[in-house]
Design a protein around this ligand. Structure first.
Ligand SMILES: Cc1cc2nc3c(=O)[nH]c(=O)nc-3n(C[C@H](O)[C@H](O)[C@H](O)COP(=O)(O)O)c2cc1C
Length: 327
């Protein structure tokens, strides 16, 4: 019988399906439902530094800072601790109730907070940590290398202070993507989540306004991560978790063939419900039986560029085939 277990950042998952950081993983009840539905692991909804700061500001209200400096300090710390403690409580309870790995996720603005938050997650038993790093390279005055350096700094700082595995969830706006991702791997990223899906805008032509392009991905979006995972999986030592646009069992098989150790799902579970997890697991299992693969490791990465007999022509040959219409 096919064994669906996989190793992701040294964590043994019962199967490669991770419920991605989202509202599906924001409460104890919701993560329990993910485990009951058969997920291999959960990444908790991200804790955003701004969320803590703005909630704190709201708690303090319009207090006169000058008149009550000491009191402001006290309330400010108490507020920060309140929201942080809520999140730590979720991690702690999830760890106590679930047998699958629980991975908190954090998104910070100030560098010292990445370390502070990471250490607190470790103290309540997190199995690993996902850093949801998002620096949109939208400022024409900022050089690409400056942005890349910010990612390296965050990773280095966090890795220096904690012993549990650390994954970076990143976007795809990097000019030298292969080089950048390999550097992240060499600088100690235990896992890389490729790729996050960011807020997209659309334009409402009727009302001449900006609007959201929607939060739910479509299956076609998977092509991006599939290509990069196939190109890079053999070049890096970090484990890869494929993300965005993965909506069925066959897509999970593809990502593993390209070299992913696990996949992260959100949109499909929001649209079709958590029960689809067991359908996807069944699909992977019957596909493995049909192809005579006993374990995930048996087929992980066998269609990556590195495993190709002509790795140098991997990209070009696919491109030419597409151009001249050879399948
Ligand atoms: C409603 C919603 C909330 C999300 N919240 C987070 C979050 O807090 N942290 C994070 O890293 N990603 C967040 N994501 C992104 C998902 O984790 C995932 O990476 C993205 O939706 C792409 O995967 P999918 O195509 O399976 O949806 C969110 C996505 C949605 C739709």
């Amino acid at each position: 019988m096919a064994d669906l277990s996989t190793l992701y950042m040294g964590l043994k998952l019962k199967n490669p399906i991770i419920v991605a950081s989202s509202s599906l993983t924001s409460t104890l009840d919701s993560v329990k439902r993910c485990e009951d539905a058969g997920a291999g692991a959960v990444v908790l909804k991200s804790l955003f530094e701004e969320q803590i700061t703005s909630d704190t500001e709201r708690m303090i209200g319009d207090m006169d800072y000058n008149a009550h400096t000491d009191a402001y300090d006290m309330f400010s710390t108490a507020g920060t601790d309140y929201y942080m403690n809520e999140y730590l409580g979720l991690v702690e309870k999830a760890k106590a109730s679930l047998s699958i790995p629980v991975i908190p996720s954090v998104n910070c603005v100030s560098s010292h907070n990445w370390i502070d938050y990471a250490e607190r997650f470790v103290s309540v038993g997190a199995d690993a940590l996902e850093l949801n790093v998002f620096i949109l390279p939208s400022n024409p005055d900022t050089d690409g290398s400056v942005i890349e350096e910010a990612y390296f700094d965050i990773l280095r700082d966090v890795k220096k202070h904690i012993k549990i595995p650390v994954a970076l969830k990143i976007g795809y706006h990097f000019s030298g993507m292969a080089n950048f991702i390999r550097k992240l791997s060499r600088q100690g990223a235990d896992g890389l989540v490729l790729f996050n899906r960011f807020y997209r805008i659309d334009i409402d032509t009727k009302n001449l306004k900006l609007k959201s392009a929607g939060f739910i991905s479509s299956p076609g979006e998977m092509a991006l991560s599939l290509q990069w995972i196939a190109l890079l999986s053999g070049e890096i030592t970090s484990d890869i978790s494929a993300a965005t646009g993965i909506h069925d069992g066959n897509s999970i098989v593809k990502q593993i063939l390209a070299g992913a150790s696990s996949v992260q799902l959100c949109s499909v579970l929001m649209n079709e419900g958590l029960d689809t997890i067991s359908e996807m697991k069944q699909y992977i299992e019957s596909w493995m039986n049909e192809k005579n693969f006993n374990t995930i490791a048996d087929f992980k990465g066998i269609l990556s560029q590195k495993s190709s007999t002509h790795p140098e022509s991997y990209e070009r040959s696919q491109y030419i085939k597409a151009l001249v219409g050879i399948s």
